[in-house]
Design a protein around this ligand. Structure first.
Ligand code: LLP
Length: 427
């Protein structure tokens, strides 16, 4: 993580900005993202695709991080976006990403979302069912438009990742059964409101165990695209989805070059432009969650470090048993003697545990820690459980930094609620 360095005086520093300075001025918990890292990682992916001789476009999965500032950084580098809701589409557009670089994915697009996407002039909608194809066509037709639609196939391959984020098995809700693709693609071509533009696939997220799953999925896409073109159906481009994993702990995920090589080997012979929808690989390592120690507590036989961040902020450990690196921020803490500690939040359930038996130094009240690799599926998955406001967000760009989303004021939690008059007053 070249953007994070332990400085003898300043402690943990992101690019040129001490994290302690951000905590002092903004408070905690706070998400902090490195613009340089976002640019570098986007560039690495692009270079890998180009290096493999592919004509490719990268559409950042906004679900990983929908901060307008983050989307702006990536959009300015030329990235497109992969969105799954009206909100994400609006965020991508508000960040300045042109609609012609935006893909709309997801199994449950409403008519309103389809209409918005078409009105904006979106690059493509990835359809996931026969029912949805009819719906997209009728919405487009009623608007006097033709929707560019890609068909997401379910390749029935095992991505060998956590069951909750695996999407490419026949038993998952995603995509259309592989064998239905020819009939559905032909149906798309016959509908007035649809222009079929290609095939899409996405088999899961945090894929770290080799290229076999990717390769099997892309091989199925290649075979199907070949068959469709053989029948005279138009196929303009192929969407390879996201899923490339990162190393949170000691995983050894495939490199972008390996991914590009697998795409080249399977889809290359078709000579069509390819698309990628990465989220985690670009954004996760670019962000940390900064938190303060509320207090340290001695249990019967454990040490608990209780933070002011909780599962409502970073839910990945509670939801997926995910492991995130935790670094003390203070200059001396990095070298202080460590002993096992359970790192927990203040929320009232045992699931609110970030780490168990983690080797950490003594962390007195007020000490700062940084959760690593929190730039993807961190802030976007936050909730206000236990009436805890959404944390602040900060973007660091070299020596500059800015609050890109202020901490949610507590009043905002209450502001939009209505207590009906007929409930009367409190006794
Ligand atoms: N494209 C589609 C259609 C997707 O469903 C996803 C992620 C992506 C692209 C981006 O995948 P990535 O490159 O980030 O792996 N909340 C979970 C991850 C859920 C991923 C859902 N779909 C987590 O925190 O691990």
């Amino acid at each position: 993580r070249p953007h994070l360095k332990a400085h003898a005086l300043d402690g943990l520093v992101m690019d040129d900005v001490p994290l302690a300075q951000i905590a002092r001025q903004v408070g905690t918990p706070t998400w902090v993202y490195s613009a340089a890292t976002l640019r570098r990682r986007y560039g690495t992916l692009r270079d890998a695709l180009e290096g493999a001789g592919l004509t490719a476009s990268v559409h950042f999965a906004a679900k990983a991080n929908d901060s307008l500032a983050v989307l702006r950084v990536l959009g300015a580098e030329g990235a497109g976006a992969d969105v799954v809701s009206e909100g994400e589409l609006l965020a991508a557009r508000a960040a300045g990403i042109p609609a012609r670089r935006i893909v709309f994915s997801g199994v449950g697009k409403t008519e309103r979302e389809i209409a918005l996407a078409l009105r904006e002039g979106i690059l493509q909608i990835n359809a996931e069912s026969a029912e949805e194809i009819e719906r997209i066509s009728s919405v487009a037709d009623a608007m006097g438009l033709t929707a560019p639609v890609s068909l997401r196939i379910n390749p029935d391959v095992d991505a060998r990742t956590h069951a909750k984020i695996s999407t490419g098995l026949a038993e998952n809700k995603f995509g259309i059964p592989y064998t239905d693709a020819p009939a559905l693609y032909a149906r798309m071509a016959s509908l007035p409101g649809i222009r079929p533009v290609g095939l899409a696939v996405h088999i899961g997220s945090q894929i770290t165990e080799g290229m076999a799953g990717f390769r099997a999925a892309y091989a199925r896409v290649a075979e199907m695209a070949q068959a469709l073109m053989g029948r005279g159906l138009p196929v303009e481009r192929l969407d390879c989805g996201g899923g490339l994993g990162i190393s949170y702990r000691d995983e050894a995920p495939p490199s972008p070059a390996a991914l590009a090589g697998a795409i080249k080997a399977t889809l290359g012979p078709l000579g069509l432009p390819v698309m990628l929808e990465p989220g985690r690989w670009i954004a996760a390592p670019a962000g940390v969650l900064l938190a303060s120690v509320v207090l340290q507590k001695r249990g019967a036989n454990r040490r608990f470090v209780i933070l002011d961040a909780a599962m409502n902020d970073l839910v990945r450990p509670a939801m997926y048993e995910a492991w995130h690196g935790i670094l003390p921020v203070a200059p001396d803490a990095l070298h202080a003697p460590a002993s096992p500690a359970d790192v927990v939040g203040p929320v009232c359930e045992t699931g609110d545990t970030f780490a168990r038996g983690r080797a950490l130094p003594d962390l007195p009240p007020g000490a700062l820690v940084a959760f690593l690799d929190a730039g993807a599926y961190g802030a976007t998955m936050s909730s206000t459980y236990n009436a805890r406001p959404l944390a602040a967000e900060v973007l660091v760009d070299g020596h500059r930094w800015a609050v890109t989303r202020p901490r949610q004021p507590l009043e905002a939690l209450l502001a939009h609620q209505v207590v009906p008059d007929w409930l009367g007053t409190t006794a």
